[in-house]
Design a protein around this ligand. Structure first.
Ligand SMILES: [Zn+2]
Length: 321
């Protein structure tokens, strides 16, 4: 490969030194060859449109709070390995056996609604999870792929077939048709928006262009699709992985969540947290979720809602179809 690193001799006449600025020869940069029209076309494939932040939240609340649980369990281990590690699968199975009951008990004890995004295969392996989640009548089911597939690695037809199959399975298993979609690993392909629009989803919750709800644009056109944005800093998975390179102790992470909430409260917007039963459901972590809820509830004027309730409300406020 041609060495593309650049050498700049700065002030060499005066100082007699030459500074080397190393641009890695390994990093592809196809964007530098694009013209402006091509750049706009790429950026506009899926883009944030108008903010759907309402003037007021229901019940006079100052901020909307929505907690989601992605019930991935062992699907990632099974989807991504020819011969899945039994140890890795058991780490995910903890979600079904222990974590889910713990998070549902916490939500129900505080009478807080939550949204559960479930890869269909999680329910295939543990269909009893439906009853656990449905017992309070307060929670929402959302689609989270068939087997936690990575959409950008699939052709459009395969992606469409898997989401369609997952939607049908969840509809049958839960008794109602989910209206929310969350891409597994938030891995949103160039085909995803067309697919979920075609399947009639009301909202997506996989993208990150704002703290507030917004409308998704596709190729410069408004879609009527609500986006409830997420963020990796508001996700327990990467920061609570003790074998990862960004590990954050749970009580330090609690402070991040509290700061995020406090700022959302000050600005009167939305606080949306993504967690996983097989991660947050461990003993030393469920404690911080409860402390976070206690902190939020102490504010008083907070609207706890499912993602669906927020999407419905902001659509109605914005007079979207
Ligand atoms: Zn997931």
């Amino acid at each position: 490969m041609r060495d593309t690193s650049s050498r700049f001799c700065l002030l060499s006449v005066v100082l007699g030194v030459c500074i080397t600025v190393g641009l890695s020869a390994q990093t592809p940069q196809p964007g530098i060859g694009l013209d402006l029209e091509e750049i706009r076309a790429i950026a506009n494939r899926v883009r944030a449109g108008r903010s759907l932040q309402p003037d007021t939240w229901p019940e006079g609340a100052r901020v909307a709070v929505s907690i989601s649980f992605d019930v991935d369990n062992d699907t990632i281990a099974i989807a991504r390995n020819e011969n899945p590690s039994i140890g890795a699968m058991s780490q995910g199975e903890y979600g079904a056996r222990v974590g889910l009951r713990r998070v549902v008990e916490l939500m129900d004890r505080h009478e807080i609604p939550a949204s559960f995004f479930i890869p269909a295969v999680s329910l295939v392996l543990r269909p009893d999870m439906v009853d656990v989640i449905q017992a309070s009548g307060r929670h929402e089911f959302g689609v989270h792929g068939w087997i936690h597939e990575l959409n950008t690695e699939l052709d459009a037809e395969t992606e469409r077939e898997l989401v369609t199959r997952a939607l049908a399975y969840l509809t049958e298993a839960t008794g109602s048709r989910p209206v929310g979609y969350r891409a597994p690993s938030w891995n949103f392909s160039p085909s995803t928006l067309s697919i979920i629009r075609g399947l009639g989803f009301m909202y997506d919750s996989s993208l990150m262009a704002d703290d507030r709800p917004y409308e998704l644009m596709q190729n410069g056109e408004a879609t009527g699709m609500v986006e409830l944005p997420v963020e990796w800093i508001l996700d327990d998975a990467p920061l609570m992985n003790p074998r990862g390179d960004r590990y954050t102790p749970p009580r330090e992470l609690l402070q991040v969540y509290i700061d995020e909430f406090d700022k959302a409260y000050e600005e009167g917007t939305m606080f949306l947290l993504t967690t996983h039963p097989h991660i947050i459901g461990h003993r030393s972590r469920i404690i911080i979720l409860e402390e976070l809820i206690t902190h939020i509830q102490a504010r008083g004027d907070v609207w706890f809602a499912t993602h669906q309730q927020i999407a419905e409300y902001v659509k109605q406020q914005a007079r979207m179809e």
